[in-house]
Design a protein around this ligand. Structure first.
Ligand code: ADP
Length: 207
């Protein structure tokens, strides 16, 4: 069991997934709440029966997976619907991510949570918080290039997230993702060594 959980977060488009993969490539097990949400809402996913019961069978696509576009439209128009969606998904995500962190055997685990700073329960689970940070302008450009959504849509999502300053205030460590990938590798290499050191100290203290 791994006793050292590093919570990784950042605003949309900051580079969280990219940085999470870099830690994973260096041997850390990755528990990603976004990926768990996708698993739960894929065809045959554990949340699908409850979601279809709550929102109707039209919310599934032809394969039986959640129709994300339809769901997005529904929750955008109706805050009550967003609450019902979260009431179904969030307990499952908390439960599965916690079980996976417990089952991990790497010296430290990266727990990637987009809204970590906004959520007390996830913050409490982490021994350390690393924030992927970049200027808002770059965030917007990256998301527009990745998803083909409009600037206004990216800004609307950013408005629902913690501010850059709030995230930085919660950070133990910061990865600055305003340069090229080589620059990112260097920062992750340094933090990887630091987390290996910290986790081995904790393991020794617990012995
Ligand atoms: P997040 O998971 O925080 O939403 P991603 O890791 O998916 O962000 O990054 C957003 C987009 O920007 C992706 O298409 C990714 O490949 C790209 N990207 C991230 N970091 C860099 C970088 N340093 N240089 C160039 N492109 C990057």
């Amino acid at each position: 069991m791994s006793n050292f959980i590093v919570g990784l977060t950042g605003g949309i488009g900051s580079g969280k997934s990219t940085v999470a993969e870099l830690f994973a490539a260096r041997g850390a097990e990755l528990v990603d709440t976004d990926a768990i949400a996708h698993e739960l809402t894929a065809a045959g996913g554990a949340a699908m029966p409850a979601l279809l019961a709550a929102f109707g069978p039209a919310m599934a696509d032809r394969d039986g997976a959640l129709d994300r576009a339809a769901m997005r439209r529904t929750v955008f128009a109706d805050p009550g619907a967003r609450q019902r969606l979260e009431d179904i998904l969030h307990p499952l995500i908390r439960q599965i991510s916690s079980a996976r962190c417990r089952a991990a055997v790497s010296p430290y685990v990266i727990l990637a949570v987009p809204l970590l700073v906004e959520s007390g329960t996830y913050r409490q689970r982490c021994q350390r918080i690393v924030v992927v940070d970049c200027p808002e302008k770059l965030q917007i450009e990256r998301v527009m290039a990745r998803s083909g959504i409009s600037r206004a849509e990216v800004e609307a999502i950013m408005a629902t997230q913690a501010t850059r300053a709030q995230r930085l205030a919660a950070a133990d460590d910061v990865v600055s993702n305003d340069g090229d990938l080589t620059n990112l590798y260097r920062q992750v290499d340094k933090l990887d060594l630091e987390y290996l050191r910290l986790s081995s100290e904790i393991a020794k203290a617990n012995h």
